[in-house]
Ligand binder design. Structure first.
Ligand SMILES: C=CC1=C(C)c2cc3[nH]c(cc4nc(cc5[nH]c(cc1n2)c(C)c5CCC(=O)O)C(CCC(=O)O)=C4C)c(C)c3C=C
Ligand SMILES: [Fe+2]
Ligand SMILES: [Fe+2]
Length: 342
């Protein structure tokens, strides 16, 4: 059997023009694992409301961060693909869950190279229904329909892998070296609270209260909230942060349902109001910098902080194509290739 690797990230529109943003958002938000309501309600909400209002504002936000070479998320994912390819002997393809660089094209590219055993790596440290699960479900559907002779293994969520925590902690320490900050905010992409309950395999553990995520449970294998909180706890432990000097929040909420809290924008506002003058922010739900880190955090977040009287607002870049991260991915890939187990 010939082995190959498929890296999968979220995706971006083809351009920051409203028509391309609309097409991309249409595919993204019609995913039943992203907006998880019955089809008729999702169609009404997405096609009847969101796609008539959001693409213009979203396109304006994309224009602020768009690079000469394209969408930062795509460009940075391609850089990661190139670096991983240099580090290993198996062919590496890159695909996106939404948009033009489809999972089908990525699998086809590998199959054309003779690959029949694929290691699929969702580029998300934490499991979520709206990220890892939707990628794995779609990849299996495509496999059954078009590539039934190939085998696909996947990398599970790696949020608490000690070497991942080491790579993330070192990146934070390196990027904040010599910087004076009173508070480090760990901001993760939010999800509706309902998603957490749906992913609870015990059907009774996740109450989204003060304690469930800190109480051991098999539910945590699929609990995004637990996994985010663990990343913060493990990094804080590794870097020896004092209690009160760091916290966790959730960004990018959409719609009126309750999403995971506390919300990042309100947390930045509160820190500013409380008199914090210098803060830093890290976004460990994203492996590659993207709209959510470069615009929502680095631009909007900074503006909120300044409006509240804050001064220095430092953002820690995502791991992107950093050498320690590339080396760790290469190690996981080689472990899989030898033992078919990571
Ligand atoms: C119901 C809506 C959404 C859920 C649930 C959701 C979960 C989720 N998303 C990411 C990662 C990214 N999201 C990005 C953009 C983005 N996300 C949503 C909505 C939901 N996300 C929208 C509408 C958008 C588009 C931009 C906008 O209009 O605000 C991105 C950036 C993509 C880019 O091109 O740069 C990323 C990355 C995670 C990790 C997650 C759940 C854990
Ligand atoms: Fe999102
Ligand atoms: Fe939990």
């Amino acid at each position: 059997m010939k082995k190959g690797i498929l890296l999968v990230n979220l995706g971006s529109p083809d351009s920051p023009e409203p028509k391309d943003v609309k097409r991309y958002l249409g595919e993204f938000l019609m995913d039943e694992r992203v907006i998880d309501v019955p089809l008729w309600a999702r169609t009404l909400l997405v096609k009847g409301i969101i796609l008539n209002t959001r693409p213009k504002a979203s396109a304006a936000a994309y224009k602020k961060i768009w690079w000469e070479e394209g969408s930062p998320l795509i460009v940075l994912s391609e850089q990661l693909q190139d670096k991983v390819q240099e580090a290993i002997q198996y062919p590496v393809a890159l695909a996106m869950r939404y948009g033009s660089m489809s999972i089908k094209k990525g699998l086809q590219e590998l199959v054309d190279k003779g690959v029949d055993e694929v290691f699929l790596i969702p580029l998300y440290p934490q499991f979520a229904m709206a990220t890892t699960e939707t990628i794995l479900v779609l990849a299996e559907e495509i496999r059954q329909e078009h590539f039934s002779n190939i085998k696909i293994d996947s990398l599970p969520a790696f949020y608490n892998n000690p070497e991942y925590i080491e790579v993330l902690s070192s990146s934070i320490a390196r990027n904040l070296e010599g910087i004076n900050y009173e508070h480090l905010l760990f901001s993760y992409h939010g999800v509706p609270e309902r998603h957490i309950r749906k992913s609870d395999i015990t059907k009774s553990h996740c109450k989204i209260d003060g304690s469930c995520c800190a109480t051991p449970s098999p539910a945590h294998e699929f609990c995004y909230r637990h996994q985010c909180k663990e990343v913060t706890r493990l990094v804080a432990e590794k870097l020896g942060f004092a209690p009160g000097t760091y916290s966790t929040s959730f960004q990018s909420r959409l719609g009126f349902d309750p999403w995971l809290q506390p919300y990042t924008d309100r947390t930045i506002e509160r820190l500013g109001k409380e008199g914090v003058k210098n803060m830093a922010i890290v976004t460990p739900a994203f492996v590659s910098d993207c709209l959510e880190t470069l615009e929502e955090i680095a631009m909007e977040g900074e503006e909120i902080f300044h409006e509240m009287g804050g001064k220095d607002f430092t953002t820690v870049p995502c791991l992107n194509a950093d050498a320690p991260w590339v080396n760790l991915l290469a190690k996981w890939i080689n472990n899989w290739a030898v033992s078919e187990n990571v």
